[in-house]
Design a protein around this ligand. Sequence first.
Ligand SMILES: [Zn+2]
Length: 87
Amino acid sequence: MSYDHEWRKFSLEYRELNPFCVFCLDEGIYNGKHIHVDHITPLEVDPSKKYDLTNLRSVCRSHHGQLTRNFLNTGKNELMEKDLKKI
Ligand SMILES: [Zn+2]
């Protein structure tokens, strides 16, 4: 997956508008460090949703790592119960 110039600019603007990790927010934590813009339906699955605002969410580095692991292991780009309890 290549992160081109257009995407970098887009994701920067997205993060300005959505500065906090959505999963940390669920826990009541305003975590705005090392935020990635995550594709809920990954680009590998549906590349047409790259700029679909309903397919995007801000996630911190550790939640992003868990999402990526789960996607590789299970094909689901979601957190599991155990992940939610761990953080
Ligand atoms: Zn987080």
